[in-house]
Design a protein around this ligand. Sequence first.
Ligand code: BGP
Length: 491
Amino acid sequence: MAFPEGFLWGGAIAANQYEGAWLEDGKQPNVTDVVVGIMSHDLGIAWNDETGKYEMALDPNKAYLSHTAVDGYHRYRDDLKLMAGMGFNSFRTSIAWGRIFPNGDEEEPNEAGLAYYDDMFACMRELGMEPVITMSHYETPLHLLTEYGGWSNPKLIEFWYRYAKTCFERFGDKVKYWLTFNEVNALFRMPFVAGGVLTIDNPADVTDPVGSTTMQDQWDAYHNFLVANAQTVKLAHEINPDLKVGCMLTCSGVATYPNNCNPANIRVAMEAQRNNVFYFGDPFCLGIVPTYLKRRWREEGVTVEFTDDELFLIKENTVDFFSFSYYRSTVVDAGVNLGGDTSGLTGIDNPFLVDKAPEPWKWPVDPDGLRYTLNVLYDRYHLPLLIVENGVGLDENLDENGTIQDDFRVHYIEEHIKNVSRAIDDGVDCRGYLYWGPIDVVSAGTGEMKKRYGFVYVDRFNDGHGTLERAIKQSYYRYKEIIESNGAGLE
Ligand code: BGP
């Protein structure tokens, strides 16, 4: 079960769930700063009749834990040492866009934000970790939504371009691997955070800005993301041909199984893959805007038109690699009302999956689904694949010895990593496994601290109290062994 030489072993977090310091050193709010849980429709913004605009209006009765998160902003050096202690040769985090361009539309970047990430990336390198950097992990500056309507407005392409150029020029000597938009294919499930869209011209219902975002605005955002992504790839290669740009998609939806062999269900499963993953994967990796979208656009009554120049740009500037998250699989049939959360798509229960994460989240555990996903993606795109999220969230407390015996997490990673090895044996070019949440962070989906993924525990709780001290869980030692043996220890 040995892994290829140079396989990237590590973990992944995101600025907005880890750093806190939400208004420090010039940073302004991003979209995740005004939600408690990214699926929420209850936004900390309100419509102002006088200005005819939305503005930030946080609910004083809510705990926005991400504002302090686990104080990574001030503790990253010590935390990175803990990661290096497991033998990580790679680490993924994001740049909070709003630290570099606080409102998103400034001409000049914020030097304090640049200096902060300079030091963080240098620290990763000193510790022997290859940085894998997400340029926006649901971190569009809030001002770009309230002022411009967000990604449905082509002006965002301009603002993004300036931000991307600043990042590549400033950090290009330390960061080789760049991911553009985290899980951008969750656009329709989470238009506000994943899509960065807000309908500001005559919104249908100002009290539910998420629900009242129009389909046309969401598809306009799709259009703009495709153009921005291609421009980013082009720009990175022009600045430094050694830079590698990848897309980052949630790929739990690849493992969408038909409920049975009824041909209607096979088709529904195929459409679920297209509508949830490939509709972004195909343009990003194959350089085409898929023809299967035409029927969907017609049925949804929207107009999506690309110019010839845009189509050429998209064709010529496909990504260098494909990165993705995988947490679960799902089952569909023609009658299912396919839902979703941060785990991916939620359809029908799969009776063959006996393994489930414990209460209260109970996400089905399907390690074979990861092998299947890797194979499907490699067959379709023939690009190097990088797993940048896979993990399990558990409700955990320190025991009397000041640690946590997290056997379920150990079981989870062992089974998933075994299936990565099997996929490589199938011929898939998988370059790395970055576990989601190697240190406890604020949950994206629920906005809680209670949902912990870490190998390292952080003393902070849902009501906001806690010392923020770190403690080692038992999975830390097991992951270290796996990395030390380059996977051979899994036999
Ligand atoms: C992914 C997100 C992450 C993350 C993870 C786990 O969808 O990219 O930000 O947190 O899901 O989800 P959760 O935190 O809701 O358990």
